[in-house]
Design a protein around this ligand. Structure first.
Ligand SMILES: [Zn+2]
Length: 256
């Protein structure tokens, strides 16, 4: 989920982060894409210590992210992206954001994809009992969503990749989460850049704005929605998403 203010440089101590943005991007056009050489970093959102959202059945978001990101990385490798790698970060929330940005930049990533699962603002949560414990859910919204930052040095490339991923997910019959434009989202409201495939603009997000490569964040689905949580746990849906991402990366590589 994106709801933690720690994820944004609009709050907190932003100064050390901004310095990173001034470094020259390594990827300058024209850029020829060779599948085995394309350094795709698949970032597992959050850490074991700072696990993101809690699902309707009290499972941490980090586990969902880790599983799906691992599958996406394996799928990319199996389709010829030999240099794709999984990025797992530890520690507390804010330092972990800087660590993952450094890891991507130091490793001269060409593309950065951050994998998350969605929740809702606390005001929308409803209580229920699961496994004997008081738990929280919201069945109001569902679907995936994609985010890009206009502060990323490769904004146009990021948007292009996000659109390609969104297109592939739509072609699989999946729908995107449209609530980010609604007033009920309060300060989590975002500008919808592509209303066909669900790409939103989120300029201040550290992992999108401070990475020197093109960067996209994928909220793969909602784990606070009780039905969608079950779906996100299913191998069928996980394979579908991993396949859609790999197909989009292939298309991206061909069009560069
Ligand atoms: Zn998250």
């Amino acid at each position: 989920m994106l709801l933690s203010s720690l994820a944004s440089i609009d709050s907190g101590q932003a100064a050390p982060v901004r310095k990173l943005a001034k470094r020259k991007p390594t990827l300058e056009p024209p850029f020829k894409c060779e599948k085995p050489k394309l350094r795709i970093v698949v970032d597992v959102g959050h850490t074991p210590d700072s696990y993101g959202a809690l699902s309707a059945r009290n499972d941490p978001e980090f586990g969902f992210n880790f599983h799906l990101a691992k599958l996406i990385t394996a799928k990319l490798k199996s389709e010829g992206f030999a240099a794709a790698r999984l990025l797992v970060t530890d520690g507390k929330a804010r330092p972990s954001l800087l660590k993952r940005v450094s890891a991507a930049n130091d490793g001269r990533a060409d593309l950065f994809l951050s994998v998350h699962h969605d929740s809702v603002p606390d005001t929308l949560l409803e209580a229920w009992e699961f496994d004997g414990a008081k738990s929280y859910f919201s069945d109001r919204f569902s679907g995936h969503s994609l985010f890009v930052s206009e502060r990323n040095p490769h904004f146009a490339t990021s948007l292009m990749l996000a659109r390609m991923i969104g297109r592939q997910l739509k072609d699989q019959g999946l729908h995107y989460a449209s609530q980010y434009t609604l007033p009920v989202m309060g300060h989590y409201r975002r500008q919808l850049l592509d209303k066909d495939v669900g790409v939103y603009r989120y300029d201040g997000l550290v992992v999108l704005s401070q990475t020197r490569s093109a960067a996209v964040l994928l909220e793969a689905g909602s784990i606070i929605n009780r039905d969608e949580e079950m779906t996100m746990n299913s191998p069928e849906r996980q394979e579908m998403i991993a396949g859609a991402v790999a197909t989009a990366m292939g298309e991206f590589c061909e069009k560069r």
